[in-house]
Design a protein around this ligand. Sequence first.
Ligand code: ADP
Ligand code: ADP
Ligand code: ZN
Length: 219
Amino acid sequence: MLLVFLGPPGAGKGTQATRLAAKYGVPQVSTGDMLREAVAAGTDVGLRAKSIMDAGRLVDDETLADLVRARLGQPDTAGGAILDGYPRNTAQAKTLDMLLSDTSHGAVDRVVFLDVAEEILVERLSQRRACPACNANFHLLFKPPADDAQCDRCGTQLVQREDDQEDVVRDRLRVYADNTAPLVEYYEQLGLLVRIDGDGSIDDVWGRVDGAISRTVCA
Ligand code: ADP
Ligand code: ADP
Ligand code: ZN
């Protein structure tokens, strides 16, 4: 099973991808998480990516291709993967097809597009908190950690991402509209798009995602 989550920043891609990955027992591959790990570890990729990520712009396609190729080459993805945050433009979508055939994964099965209005996105991102150690995501109102400051899963101090500051959020939404939104039509024309209303509670959206994927992938 090879699924892609598509949608604007804050749409709930990470949240829903985590649930779907757990249900089907395939790894969630989040390029945002991978890049943040590279930044934290101070690797060459991390050093190159940090200022770009802090400004809400896209890291270059070649760096992403290298990261995703390496990840899809690891044995735990043999049964598939759930991609979250990749591809983010049409060039990356074409590269993904090549990477999948190079790593004997076949092709993308479905693209889940989470459709959410802009005012809701800003509200979700402004109160998102993330665990820098295990990548768990929280929301101060909608998915509050038991202790405001700490990760429920691993106890690490939660942080607000640098790029979740409101001015950077506005830039990220623009980058999404210019670069990533065209992928909706791209995948629709390929007959791969599953459009999901991403408004409502996390559980409501999960019901729609789960229902749509069990119908299409397991049919
Ligand atoms: P969100 O899920 O909130 O949209 P991500 O965690 O996916 O954010 O991404 C954070 C940042 O990492 C992006 O703003 C961008 O700088 C970088 N990034 C992640 N994935 C990609 C990608 N596929 N191509 C280019 N840059 C990426
Ligand atoms: P993305 O990966 O698309 O950027 P996330 O999954 O990180 O989005 O969600 C963004 C923020 O909104 C997080 O704080 C998350 O807990 C919260 N969130 C996710 N889905 C919902 C929802 N349906 N309703 C309210 N808050 C949500
Ligand atoms: Zn944690």
